[in-house]
Design a protein. Structure first.
Length: 471
């Protein structure tokens, strides 16, 4: 279920691929509860949670108001406490806070300094069971980018040899460096990219104090902060990344297997999870008009499956029809609505989508949807449109949550309703043009001087980032 939780003015409102933000309580009295952390402004991080079926979320709880406008990371322990690691806005110090889970609520603890010099960003935090915390981050000192790592054996109160020490220096980059810490069996792995030219890793046995030498996972170009790691139930380490293609590689404990290309067209925000020891990759794929589809792929016996749309409510329409009242007939615009060819959406006799009262555009999908992406090659002028859905007996008018839309803008993202949870419960399928679908009707309510001509209409929005729930 898709829910609108908050608007964000932060630069990284949904974080980066490696960032952990959404957790599910797995056991006990509150089993099944989902909690989400989000940066709602350049200085604030807030929390909201929900019980099954996750349609009603709690009011936002303020967690911190002193963070930098930079990604944070978090991890949940076996008692459902959360360790939050972030950068202070005032001086780029790296800090952590414990959100203690007490009688069903998260209580915000004191801030503890991890490292208090230089500029520290893009943290990654993990728990080495049972209770040791590890953090790795990017440290910028005098224009050089370092990957550093530290550990805490007392629940994040103190780190390494103190706040003035940057801990273990793992790698150095001239232009960039980003890392992810990943416990796996008897090892702590640090996977990182450097200077956009390589992805490498180092590991350390949990019983030793020495990091093994660096080894490359992949080399080339285009390596940045958008990659992810995960561990399978049988302790294989998987890595997904984008360097002009969505790619996956796996370490079986003794060797790295061959690189698998999932999508030659590339993507953004690749995320990785294992289910029943099978890797699933979720990522954003460029579509049209600055929109992005959420795609996923899973490994099969003979390689990864062809990427498929993850969210059926974010797709092209199963059917798009325009109706002209003068000739009393429909014209199918399904293919034209899906593509990005300029000016190919119109009724043949009128050369516009609609113009006069009685004319209408019908947009139908097999799944309910709540938003539209509308791209026009010629805007409508002088007229107005009313929006309707079918409730099982009649067409019912409604006011879009995103405000009036009279097809008078060349590029418009329109919220019909705030989210899928806000979609009317009585919205029913209707048979039209041989297709029984959930239809939205945009009907002309007053005459247009000039009717609109379309280029593209879909429910695919300009998604900026994605974050997957932690198991």
């Amino acid at each position: 279920m898709q829910n609108h939780l908050a608007d964000s003015t932060a630069l990284y409102g949904a974080g980066i691929s490696t960032g952990k933000k959404i957790f599910k309580i797995s056991s006990g009295r509150f089993a099944g509860r989902i909690v989400a952390l989000m940066q709602t402004s350049p200085t604030e991080i807030k929390l909201s949670c929900a019980e099954y079926p996750y349609t009603d979320w709690t009011p936002l709880q303020n967690i911190v108001n002193d963070c930098a406008d930079s990604p944070f990371d978090a991890v949940m322990d076996g008692e459902h406490n959360i360790c939050l690691v972030y950068t202070l806005g005032v001086d780029s110090t790296l800090v952590c806070r414990k959100l203690a889970f007490v009688q069903g609520i998260w209580v915000v603890g004191d801030s503890h300094v991890i490292y208090d010099s230089d500029s520290n960003v893009f943290p990654s935090v993990a728990i080495e069971q049972p209770d040791r915390l590890w953090v790795t981050w990017t440290r910028n000192a005098s224009g050089q980018y370092y990957i550093n790592a530290k550990k805490s054996d007392n629940d994040g109160v103190s780190w390494g040899s103190g706040s003035s020490s940057y801990g273990d220096e793992i790698a150095l980059g001239n232009s960039s460096a980003f890392a992810r810490v990943q416990p796996a069996g008897s090892y702590i792995y640090l996977v990182y990219t450097v200077d956009g030219s390589r992805m490498s890793y180092r590991r350390r046995n949990v019983n030793l104090e020495i990091w093994e030498n660096e080894s490359d996972i992949a080399t080339g170009s285009g390596f940045d902060e958008h990659f992810d790691t995960a561990i399978s139930g049988d302790e294989r380490l998987g890595v997904v990344y984008d360097n002009s293609g969505i790619r996956f590689r796996e370490y079986d404990g003794s060797r790295w297997l061959a690189i698998c290309t999932i999508d030659e067209n590339g993507g953004e925000f690749p995320c990785l999870r294992y289910f029943n020891n099978d890797p699933y990759v979720v990522y954003l794929s460029e579509f049209t008009g600055n929109t992005r589809k959420i795609l996923f792929s899973r490994r099969l016996d003979n390689g990864f499956s062809d990427p498929q749309v993850l969210d059926s409510s974010q797709n092209t329409f199963d059917k798009a029809l325009c109706y002209n009242a003068v000739v009393a007939s429909y014209h199918d615009l399904t293919a034209e609505a899906a593509d990005s060819n300029p000016g190919d959406m119109y009724f043949p006799e009128s050369a516009v989508i609609f113009k006069s009262p009685g004319d209408a555009l019908y947009l139908g999908m097999n799944s309910r949807f709540h938003a539209l992406k509308i791209i026009l090659s010629a805007v409508g002028t002088g007229g107005s449109v009313g929006w309707q859905y079918y409730n099982g007996q009649d067409w019912v008018g409604f006011a879009p949550a995103g405000g009036a839309c009279d097809f008078d803008s060349t590029d418009r993202e329109l919220l019909l309703w705030d989210d899928l949870a806000s979609v009317p419960g009585d919205w029913q399928k209707y048979s039209l043009g041989g297709s029984r679908l959930f239809w939205i009707k945009a009907a002309v309510t007053s005459e247009f001087d000039t009717g609109p001509v379309g280029t593209h209409i879909s429910t695919v929005s300009a998604i900026g980032a994605i974050a997957l729930m932690e198991n």
